[in-house]
Every structure is written in C-alpha cells, then in structure tokens.
Design a protein around this ligand. Structure first.
Ligand code: GBH
Length: 492
C-alpha cells in the first residue's frame, strides 16, 4: 500500500451512492415497547447470555427507536446520499404473520423514511436482517418449509406498506452468514448446530422466498412503485494457498461456489440453480455417508426459473479474504457431513495479513478488487451496490486503523470502476455508528460514530473516520491524511 499510488488521483463518478448501514436489532433497542413481538435475538440473548462475549443484548442498543432523527442527521452531516437500514419483522408483525399488524411499527418506519426524504437521503431498505420472529422459530425456523409462506407474506407486506417511499430493496441480508451460522455452526441466534443440514435447508427456503417475493413485486407493485430489488451477499475472496498448486487453485474456485455461488448462482447466473460443482460434491458426500438422499435440497424446475434473474442489482458485502487449499489425507479432516468436508477444502489466513480486534477479520484490500473481477466474470455486468464494508476496533475516536481500511478499500473501488469497468454504483460503510455486534456484544465496534453505551442518552460522537468519509464524499476523491479535518472533541 503506497500513499503515493497515482490511483489516488482518481475520482468517484458524479452519480454515485455514498451510503452507511445499520440493522434493526443492532441499533433500535426498544425490544418490548409499543407492541413489538419477541424475536430470536431477544430470546437467545436473554436465555443464553453466555453466548455473548460481554453477556450483553440489544434491549437498548443505540436506542435508535427513539433517536432515529439524530442518526439521520449524522448521515446527512457526512454528506451521504443513501442510508441502508433494516425493518424489524417482529416490530411490524409481532407474531410473524400478517394477520396482526403493529401500527406503531408502521408509524416508526414511516417516520424514518420521511426523515430520510427530508434530508435528501435515498433509503435502501433491508427487509430481513436476521431477526426472525420467535413464533416462527418455534415452528422450526428457517430450515422449515413452513416459514417460506410467512416470509413471502412479510416481504409483500413491506412492499405494500412502504413501497411508495422505497426505490431500493434488499430482501435478505447475507443469507450465507445467517444460514451458515444460525443453523450450521451455532455462531448466530438461535445458535443451532446442524452443519451440512440445517444450513442447506435454511438457504433453500430463503432463496425460494426471495424468488417468490421478486415475482410478486413485478406483478403487483413494479409499475406503480418502480423500485429495484436485490439481495446482499456476503463474500470473502479466496486465494489459493499455493498458487502454483493446481489443486489449490481449483479448491479456491470451488469454495467460492460454495460460499457466494450458493446464493448468487441461483439468482444471478444464466443457468440458475445451485452451482453444479456444489451439487456434485454434496451429492457425492451424502452418498458416501450412505444417506438415502442428498443433504443439498433440490429446486423444482419452476423454482429454478422463478429464482433465476430475481434481482435488479447485486448487493455485495466484503470484509476479508481467506486462503484455500485442497484437503489432503495428511490434513486434520473436517467433520463428515460439514460443508468444508463436502467441498474438500481447508481454510486459513496468511500470517502476514494485518489483524484486527476480530479474530475473523484481516485487512487485505486487494481481495476486494479481486472479488469484483470474480463477480463480473461469473455474473456479468449487473449493477453492483457494495452494501457493507468495514473495520472493527475497540471504539477509539482517532481510529486510524479504520481510516486506513476505508482508504485502501475505497481505492480498490476506484480502480475497479476506472480500470476494469466494473459497474459499481454505490458504496456502503458498515456502520453509521457503533452498535450491537451480535455475539461480540459491544466489544467490537464498527462505527464511523462513537456511541457511549454507559450514557443513558447514548451520546454519538464522530470519529476521525467520519471526517475522512465526509471529506471523501465532498471531493469525490480519497483524502490524504493531512486533508482530514478532525480535532478530537473535548470530553464534556
Ligand atoms: C455483517 O456480517 C453483518 O451483515 C452485520 O450485521 C455485521 O455487524 C457486520 O457484518 C460486521 O460483522 O470465519 O468461521 O469465524 C458479517 C458476518 C461474521 C461473516 C463472521 C463471517 C466469520 C465466520 N461475518 N463470520 S468464521
């Protein structure tokens, strides 16, 4: 990384979305007020605080249920022209079903949308960011077929209720992280360990719900509302551990298909359906376990068609890369029936990669640029909105690690646009403010704004990274360190 890279002279296009993101459970608080129902994050954090690094929960979080006006002012101060936030399913539909609407939830999100409009900020609304209503978990959660109808009804309800104010919809946030962790390795609520089964079923159901929702939007709402629908996909970039070993090269490609391809191939590829290599591997592994049928479920022909092409833009969330090598007999073998076992790969980090407070997140901007090329090669020139990218630390105001992360990741965005003609139309920083980082509680902070979680007012304070982003947006160029206008606010 050289600060003298001539690419720092490149500029962002005049029409470009500069955005920040949040999610309902991570910021709203007000977990049981004004008719909100219980969701899986309420239940899991209350009953199993031991799963959370600091035993905390999102009962109050940033209190954005009350402080949304202030949050949108922060977004405006940055100069952003887009704000990505999510709807809380159980704030709107306390039982998860559309037969009981909580009018206060409808009022709340209308107020947030109106506030965005008044401040010249385009909302990008995530309909489902992991906070499943508990009653739907009680009937099996996302691995259960039964949830598909409820989810489609909820998507329909969101379009009908808010669609006149929303031009950009994301149906699902990171179905990979959600299915892999919530119903696979237990890393997210409801913390179910069913790797190689629960995760595949979860993915199958949310893809079916997404496809149906897209089609019904086209039929019922598109002509009037004119919105665009996408999905936010999580993806690491996978480098072969030994680039001179063809087995590692093929393994890295294979694991790309198992992670991003699992969700993106059914939606964005020409052929639709799961990636063929994934189908082959899971079928073969299931067979060798002596199972009567594959652990990877099968779409009907109609479902393949319905899901194929069910997006108007590609939402991409990137944080880090990993190294992939092909599994060999001398490696520690992954559990039989796990996804790593199915794919026959081993994941690792390069020890030279810069580490962060989060054991899963290393800083490698080059992976971002490589990922764009991979997406373009696989799925063509569809518009890409980067719906998340960000850096965790302990919450310090002079957050040079974060400034550095944004600087070099945004440089990759510029290079992709100018040198590789990648169709990126927007960039979203995760996150607008420090918030509840799932099972990492309030220990890992991703915010451009500091939030004082010991203060009942949850006072927000801009960090140096906020000043960096503000300058970048104002000039459409990446500022040098000396160009960032920032003085540490004196403590009250
Ligand atoms: C996003 O998830 C979320 O959308 C957002 O809500 C969250 O706050 C933000 O990122 C920051 O975490 O290597 O096996 O340990 C990213 C979720 C969590 C996915 C960690 C990869 C690592 C699995 N990531 N996970 S592992």
């Amino acid at each position: 990384h050289s600060p003298d890279d001539p690419d720092f002279n490149l500029q962002f296009p005049e029409k470009f979305f500069f955005s920040t993101a949040t999610a309902s459970y991570q910021i709203e608080g007000a977990w049981n007020v004004s008719g909100k129902g219980e969701n899986i994050w309420d239940r899991t954090t209350h009953e199993h605080p031991e799963l959370v690094l600091d035993r905390s929960n999102g009962d109050v979080a940033c209190d954005s249920y009350h402080k949304y006006k202030e949050d949108i002012q922060l977004a405006r101060q940055l100069g952003t022209n887009m704000y990505r936030f999510s709807l809380s399913w159980s704030r709107l539909l306390p039982t998860g079903a559309i037969d009981k609407v909580n009018e206060d939830g409808v009022r709340y999100y209308n107020a947030v949308l109106d506030e965005c409009k008044e401040n010249g900020i385009e909302p990008l609304v995530t309909i489902f960011h992991w906070d499943l209503p508990q009653p739907l978990q009680d009937i099996g959660g996302l691995p259960s077929d039964a949830v598909v109808d409820y989810m489609v009804d909820y998507f329909d309800f969101a379009f009908k209720t808010f669609g006149s104010k929303v031009k950009y919809w994301v149906t699902l946030n990171e179905p990979y992280s959600m299915c892999n962790e919530a119903y696979g390795n237990g890393g997210k609520a409801p913390a179910i360990h069913a790797e190689g089964r629960g995760d595949y079923l979860c993915a199958h159901n949310v893809l079916r719900a997404h496809g149906r929702a897209y089609r019904l939007y086209q039929k019922k709402y598109k002509a009037q509302q004119g919105g665009k629908i996408g999905m936010s996909s999580y993806s690491d970039f996978f480098y072969p551990k030994d680039p001179n070993n063809p087995n590692d090269v093929v393994a890295a490609e294979r694991w790309h298909q198992f992670q991003l391809g699992w969700f993106a191939h059914p939606v964005y590829s020409k052929d639709g359906d799961y990636p063929p290599i994934m189908r082959q591997h899971v079928d073969a592994a299931s067979k060798s376990q002596g199972l009567a049928r594959s652990r990877l479920p099968t779409f009907t022909e109609e479902e393949i068609k319905e899901i194929r092409g069910s997006a108007d833009f590609f939402g991409l969330n990137y944080y880090r890369p990993q190294l992939v090598s092909a599994l060999t007999p001398s490696d520690v073998q992954p559990p039989i029936g796990s996804k790593l076992g199915d794919a026959q790969v081993v994941l690792s980090f390069d020890p030279t990669w810069e580490k962060t407070i989060a054991d899963w997140l290393v800083v490698v901007p080059d992976g971002f640029g490589q990922l764009f090329k991979w997406v373009q090669k696989e799925y063509g020139d569809i518009e890409i909105i980067i719906t998340e990218n960000g850096y965790p630390d302990g919450g310090e105001l002079v957050d040079d690690g974060r400034v550095n992360y944004y600087r070099y990741h945004l440089l990759e965005v510029l290079k992709a646009i100018h040198h590789n003609k990648i169709n990126i139309i927007g960039y979203t920083a995760w996150s607008l403010l420090d918030n509840y980082e799932w099972f990492y509680g309030y220990v890992h902070k991703f915010g451009l704004h500091h939030v004082d979680f010991n203060d009942p007012n949850r006072t927000r304070t801009p960090k140096k990274s906020a000043a960096f982003y503000k300058k970048l947006i104002a000039t459409r160029k990446i500022p040098k360190d000396s160009e960032i206008d920032y003085t540490t606010p004196s403590p009250p």
